[in-house]
Design a protein around this ligand. Structure first.
Ligand code: SF4
Ligand code: SF4
Length: 448
């Protein structure tokens, strides 16, 4: 794609990066076929190619984004299916990240929307506040039914519709908090490795059992696990809201504490059980590339970050029981399959450890979770969830496995089939307890 940035514009490293990305696009349109919003809405401007044109125009003309541009960028899930499909290697992620920052900086959203986004950006990365808000949301859920439901799904939802979606996502109950930062879990038997485990923010409130399963499995296989003190939210939530000041501050804080842990105690890896977080941590090196103080250490931290399944394929797991009768529908989270290109490891681990693993049709399409997307774009998100659940139902699973808490909550909200994390199944297969089949979903009935 031909671009027309001035030399002065290209002196800005962000614009130079955007120019490189835009020039790689040959506007072939292959990406449109796998873009969830194009598949649902059929509008070229809701496709990757359409959005790339909008972003190009906005950056080249160096003018504030229009309401039309914001509408179509806001509808993008950042699922990155387009990056998997693109034959030219267009880095859409870095382009849309930049567009979101520009929108946040230069576009004045209506006051209620600004307020909602500010609340989400402030509450979600803080587990204490998030826990309190979930308790309040649970109390408010009975009133959600009183809020009006639009007759037809809207791609530009009202504030009330968004509040209703937020209340609907609140879980029926909250588990007790898990272990805190600063805890060290020694290896059982001879120590074969030492890792940090990302504590996460929403996940540690909604489903601390996920990291508990990871700790159990790792220590049982000779890996010492540390929950690093003063670690923060990875910044993914605010990064995707275009609030880069917040996201970069969190990235720097994490790089500092992880680097210090690596120097003092040694770390083979920083393991992540929420793939949405993993994708962003692996991008810290890029995000901080212009920061002289942090560029080198951020790149080293990104290289150390691994999805837990990526790490486990290098370990000889010891299955202690056979679950040959348990059929698992494996939901491939977008951040794992498109963001990190991890497609085989989770399925291979599950099958090797005794589960019958089924691929879900249309597995490349997002479930609609996408960070705060299911709150900010509830109607598109619901349509994607329903489509995902219908596809999952075709393989008649006993359980659904996923590697990202956002997907787990989203899918569990629309099915009675238990949704568990891949690591919970692997822990079970190697001597841990059977996964608790309640939560993190908001409405799922208890099973068994
Ligand atoms: S597939 Fe790649 S090169 Fe083709 S239009 Fe989409 S982003 Fe551009
Ligand atoms: S990130 Fe997903 S929703 Fe956004 S343009 Fe790409 S495929 Fe479409």
């Amino acid at each position: 794609m031909k671009t027309e940035f001035s030399l002065a514009q290209l002196a800005n490293p962000d614009i130079a990066e955007a120019d490189k990305i835009l020039r790689a696009c040959v506007h072939c349109g292959f990406c449109t076929a796998t873009c969830p919003t194009y598949v649902l809405l059929g509008d070229e401007l809701d496709s990757p190619r359409g959005r790339i044109y909008l972003i190009k125009e906005m950056l080249e003309k160096d003018r504030p984004p229009t309401a039309e541009v914001v509408k179509h960028i806001d509808r993008c899930l950042s699922c990155l299916a387009c990056m998997t499909t693109c034959p030219s290697g267009v880095n859409y992620m870095h382009l849309v990240d930049q567009a979101r920052v520009r929108i946040e900086r230069d576009y004045s959203r209506p006051l209620p929307e600004r307020a909602l986004r500010a609340v989400l950006a402030f509450v979600l990365p803080r587990p204490g506040l998030f826990r309190a808000s979930m308790i309040m949301a649970r109390l408010g859920r009975p009133f959600a039914a009183l809020l009006p439901t639009p007759k037809t799904a809207s791609a530009t939802p009202t504030l009330l519709r968004r509040i209703k979606a937020m209340l609907a996502l609140a879980p029926g109950r909250l588990p007790a908090p898990g272990p805190v930062g600063g805890s060290v879990f020694p290896a059982v038997g001879e120590r074969r490795g030492r890792v940090a485990l990302l504590q996460g923010c929403a996940q540690q409130v909604l489903a601390p059992r996920i990291n508990q399963a990871a700790i159990n499995l790792l220590t049982r296989h000779g890996i010492e696990v540390v929950l690093v003190k003063d670690e923060q939210c990875c910044g993914a939530l605010t990064h995707h809201l275009g609030r880069d000041g917040d996201a970069l501050a969190r990235a720097r804080a994490n790089v500092t504490v992880w680097q210090s842990e690596a120097e003092q105690g040694g770390l083979d890896a920083i393991l992540v059980t929420a793939s949405g977080c993993g994708t962003v941590i692996k991008d810290y090196g890029f995000m901080l590339r212009e920061d002289r103080e942090f560029a080198g250490s951020a790149a080293r931290i990104s290289a150390l970050a691994k999805d837990i399944t990526e790490y486990l394929v290098g370990i000889d797991l010891h299955p202690s029981s056979q679950q040959g009768d348990v059929t698992i529908a494996y939901h491939s989270a977008c951040s794992l399959q498109h963001g990190q290109k991890i497609t085989h490891a989770p399925k291979e681990l599950l099958s090797k450890n005794g589960f019958v693993v089924k691929d879900v049709p249309e597995s490349h399409l997002c479930c609609g979770s996408a960070g705060t997307y299911n709150i900010l774009q509830p109607d598109i998100a619901s349509r994607l969830r329903d489509r995902k659940i219908a596809n999952i139902a075709t393989v008649k699973p006993d359980m659904i496995a996923a590697g990202n808490i956002g997907c787990m909550v989203q899918i569990a909200g629309g099915t009675s089939v238990p949704v568990v994390h891949t690591i919970e199944l692997l822990d079970w297969a190697t001597g841990g307890p059977k996964p608790e089949l309640k939560g993190p979903g908001p409405t799922r009935p208890a099973l068994n």
